[in-house]
Design a protein around this ligand. Structure first.
Ligand SMILES: Nc1ncnc2c1ncn2[C@@H]1O[C@H](COP(=O)(O)OP(=O)(O)OP(=O)(O)O)[C@@H](O)[C@H]1O
Length: 569
């Protein structure tokens, strides 16, 4: 029910004594309420009239008020603390997601991450409030009331002592069953979130191929699974509420029966009997209040664990760069036995290569040979499963997932992401302070002159705005790289894949001068790049099949010869 990691929340331990003290105070005013009410009734029962009872009624009203005031302040205090803690947790979560980079979205799913960061954190906020108020109340209030009942009438306290552990035991048994169901519910929620977001992203493709109805059905079935899982959890949660209500009512009734019999026997007087009876429902109240929010507690616990799981993810950094790297003729990057395994075991295996100075390195291989995987490792967007990087023979790193490294590279991925922003901001992505003149020069190099003329730099593009073709998007990615003066390491993943061969050759003329005085990694399927490269890494099923210049590989590597003839078509 309570996750131990919850106690590691900043400031929580120091707040516990205060909330515990409020729970004790609350128990005392409940006893006060019962005392004054029993006194008033007893006095009136003994025919002393209303006058002497008025003082006790006033005392009762005061205790009632004090109880409400304590509740109000405790609630405000908890609301404030839980809100602050959840904001802090959301900030940590987002920080961590940005530090981990795209690999966390690939691993957990963007939909699941988004729901964790939004509704998940809200569930955690409720969870913190519930744990701090209801669970603490459940541990303190019944005990204080029990002591009072023991003093009033120890025989009545036996009923309370016997039924409380039974109720708790019952709750634990149901709790285990509910936990399993709630975990299934949470898993199906994550699947639904990912499935929904993926379908939304691919909606135009689905529509284009006439498969949108099929997907609508698939989302319906996924949400049905989530609904069924939710209903199963709720069934157990409601069962536990019913069971607790039943046990507490039964024990209060049993106590009332025995007290009635003993009152008639004269073995107990009216005042202690009445006060013990008034206190009995209060004894069970914290337990019942907790049971009524049981479902929310389970949701909150699952969300809390999901957040903790992301926060505990390894950033894969054994060493952090102190500043962005400016690549020089003497800089050196060594990859040693670099391996990246996905669940399907593919990726890249044991890649070892050393690159020095302003080299232009091509990565070639058939589709699925691991080109993008290697570029993602070089960009720091994913962590290797094993192996290491060495920078300038001194800094050994288990991953390049380092903010300063990412600030050193321009990365042109296969699919360019356009931000919902102006054309200017999209072009100046790596160089936000670039002047309009510099932006226009970069746009010209990327053959985007006409587009800029037609739309203007202020035109909003990206999600929800003006859409661009695949080729135009890729040219924007190239213009971004052309504009980035401070980053002289460029990674390009099939940079011209969406362009027709004429445009590609035109842009190539502009790209080649920009490659000068830069370290370049270029993954490509196109033959015409290879003769202009200083080094070619040949991959086949994730393994290196050869490293060298175009000429040496042509003479020495039969696999490269075969690949080249396949590329020629
Ligand atoms: N996120 C991932 N999860 C699981 N497997 C993956 C993932 N990314 C790539 N793979 C697998 O790793 C292998 C290498 O993929 P990669 O995208 O690196 O190849 P590629 O040479 O760039 O292919 P292409 O030329 O088609 O872009 C493939 O078998 C692919 O299915």
């Amino acid at each position: 029910m309570i996750d131990k990691a919850l106690f590691k929340l900043p400031g929580l331990r120091s707040k516990m004594p205060f909330i515990g003290t409020l729970a004790i105070l609350q128990a005392l005013v409940i006893i006060g309420q019962a005392f004054f009410m029993s006194t008033a009734i007893t006095r009136m029962w003994h025919g002393k009239g209303l006058q002497p009872a008025l003082l006790s009624i006033g005392g009762f009203a005061l205790c009632f008020l004090a109880r409400e005031v304590i509740n109000f302040f405790r609630q405000r205090f908890l609301d404030h603390y839980a809100y602050q803690a959840s904001i802090e947790m959301r900030t940590q979560l987002l920080d961590k997601v940005f530090k981990l980079g795209p690999q966390v979205a690939a691993e957990k799913g963007s939909g699941s991450l988004t729901t964790t960061a939004i509704s998940g954190i809200e569930d955690v906020e409720t969870y913190i409030k519930l744990v701090l108020s209801k669970i603490l109340n459940m541990m303190i209030v019944p005990m204080v009331i029990l002591v009072a009942v023991i003093f009033l009438d120890w025989k009545s306290s036996i009923v309370l002592i016997l039924t409380f552990p039974i109720s708790i035991l019952f709750m634990i048994i149901l709790g285990y069953a509910a936990q399993g169901r709630a975990s299934q519910q949470y898993e199906s929620y994550q699947v639904l979130s990912n499935h929904f977001l993926d379908s939304l992203r691919g909606i135009s493709t689905l529509k284009y191929f006439g498969r949108s109805k099929e997907y609508a059905n698939s989302i319906y079935h996924t949400s049905e699974r989530f609904r069924t899982a939710t209903m199963r959890t709720l069934r157990i949660a409601i069962l536990s509420t019913f069971a607790l209500d039943f046990f507490s009512t039964l024990s209060v009734a049993t106590m009332a029966l025995f007290l009635g019999l003993r009152l008639m026997d004269g073995t107990v007087t009216l005042f202690p009997a009445l006060m013990a009876l008034i206190l009995a429902p209060e004894y069970f109240l914290p337990l019942r209040e907790f049971a009524s929010d049981y479902h929310a507690t389970l949701n909150g616990k699952n969300s809390f664990q999901a957040v903790q799981a992301v926060l505990a993810m390894d950033e894969g950094l054994s060493f952090q760069l102190a500043a962005p790297v400016f690549w020089t003729d003497h800089s050196k990057l060594t990859l040693s036995a670099l391996t990246k395994e996905y669940e399907n075991q593919r990726g890249v295996k044991q890649v070892s290569v050393s690159i020095e100075g302003m080299k232009k390195v091509a990565i070639v291989g058939a589709s699925g040979s691991g080109k993008s995987t290697l570029l993602n490792l070089l960009s720091g967007f994913s962590n290797p499963t094993s192996g290491r990087f060495e920078l300038n023979n001194q800094k050994e790193m288990t991953s390049l997932n380092d903010l300063n490294w990412r600030k050193s590279v321009s990365f042109i991925p296969q699919n360019t992401y356009l931000f919902s922003a102006s054309l200017r901001d999209n072009l100046a992505f790596y160089q936000p302070d670039a002047t309009d003149e510099a932006i226009l020069v970069a746009a010209k190099h990327a053959e985007l002159e006409k587009l800029v003329e037609t739309l203007g730099l202020d035109c909003m593009i990206g999600a929800g705005n003006r859409t661009l073709s695949g080729g135009q998007m890729q040219r924007i990615a190239l213009a971004r790289a052309f504009l980035s003066n401070d980053r002289n390491i460029i990674l390009l993943d099939e940079p011209t894949a969406h362009l027709d061969i004429e445009t590609e050759l035109e842009i190539k003329e502009n790209i080649l001068p920009i490659f000068e005085n830069k370290l370049v990694f270029l993954a490509t399927h196109r033959l015409h790049w290879l003769s202009q490269m200083d080094m070619i890494i040949v991959l086949n099923e994730g393994e290196v099949k050869g490293i060298g210049t175009h000429e040496t590989l042509l003479n020495e590597s039969p696999y490269y010869q075969q690949l080249i003839s396949e590329m020629r078509g």
